[in-house]
Design a protein around this ligand. Structure first.
Ligand code: ZN
Ligand code: ZN
Length: 229
C-alpha cells in the first residue's frame, strides 16, 4: 500500500520505514525519508519497510504460542467439565428404579440420597474456582485494551467512579455493543448503591448473551443480596 507522510512539511513523501523505539512519543511511527534522516526520531530504533518481516518474526512466534495456549486451555477445560458430567450421568442421574436390576438399585438409591451433598461439593469447589478464573480473565482483557477504553477500566479499578463514568459513556457511544464496558458501568452502579440500574444492565446483557458469565454471576449476586434484605 502506498502511503504518504502525515507531517505537513513532508507532503507527498512516501512512507519507507517505521520507528520501533519502545517509548516513542512522536506523532507517528510511519516515516518518510525526511523523517528518517531528520531530528524527530534521532537515536530511535528505526526499521525500513523491507525489514518488517524480521521485526515481526519473534512477535509472530509469541502470538501463535498465545493463541495455541488459549485454545488448549479451552479444550482442556471443556474436557475436564465433561468428566464431571460423565460421572454424574453414570451414578447420580435419577432414573426409574423399575428400569434397573436389583443389584444396581442399592447403589442408585444411595447415590440419589446424597445428591444434595454432591451438589454442594460441586458448588463449593468448582464455582469458586470458576469465579476466580473469570475475574482474572476479565482483568487481563481490560489490561489488553488501549486508549480511552483502557482508561475506563483503570479508573473503575481505582474506584475513581466520577472520572470513569463519563469515559465509559464516551466509549459506549462509539462501541454500543461492548459488553465489558457495560459490565464496568454496572459495577460502578452496584458499588454506589444504584442497585436497580446495575440490575437493569445485567438483565440487558443476559437478554442478548444468555451465557455471559460475568453478567450472570453479578446478576445473581445482586438478587441474593436483595432477598436477604
Ligand atoms: Zn515525514
Ligand atoms: Zn521514534
Amino acid at each position: 500500500m502506498e502511503r504518504f507522510c502525515l507531517n505537513p512539511e513532508h507532503q507527498n513523501k512516501q512512507i519507507i520505514g517505521y520507528c520501533v523505539q519502545e517509548l516513542c512519543r512522536k506523532q507517528t511511527r510511519a516515516l518518510c525519508m525526511k523523517c528518517m534522516t531528520g531530528q524527530a526520531h534521532s537515536g530511535h530504533k528505526i526499521i525500513e519497510q523491507t525489514e518488517e518481516e524480521d521485526f515481526f518474526r519473534e512477535p509472530n512466534l509469541i502470538y501463535t504460542d498465545l493463541i495455541a495456549k488459549l485454545n488448549l486451555i479451552k479444550r482442556q477445560f471443556t474436557q475436564g467439565i465433561s468428566f464431571l458430567e460423565r460421572i454424574l450421568e453414570k451414578h447420580y442421574r435419577p432414573i426409574p428404579l423399575n428400569n434397573i436390576g436389583n443389584q444396581e438399585v442399592d447403589n442408585k438409591i444411595n447415590c440419589i440420597l446424597k445428591l444434595d451433598k454432591v451438589q454442594k461439593l460441586v458448588n463449593d469447589r468448582i464455582d469458586n474456582i470458576f469465579e476466580h478464573t473469570l475475574k482474572s480473565i476479565k482483568l487481563t482483557y481490560q489490561d489488553l485494551t488501549i486508549g480511552t477504553e483502557f482508561q475506563c477500566y483503570e479508573q473503575t479499578q481505582k474506584q475513581n467512579y466520577k472520572e470513569a463514568l463519563p469515559l465509559i459513556e464516551q466509549c459506549l457511544l462509539l462501541d454500543s455493543k461492548n459488553t465489558i464496558l457495560k459490565l464496568a458501568k454496572a459495577e460502578i452502579y452496584s458499588n454506589t448503591n444504584k442497585v436497580l440500574e446495575a440490575r437493569q444492565i445485567y438483565e440487558q446483557i443476559l437478554q442478548t448473551e444468555d451465557a455471559n458469565p460475568w453478567a450472570f454471576l453479578e446478576f445473581h449476586k445482586l438478587l441474593n443480596q436483595q432477598e436477604r434484605r
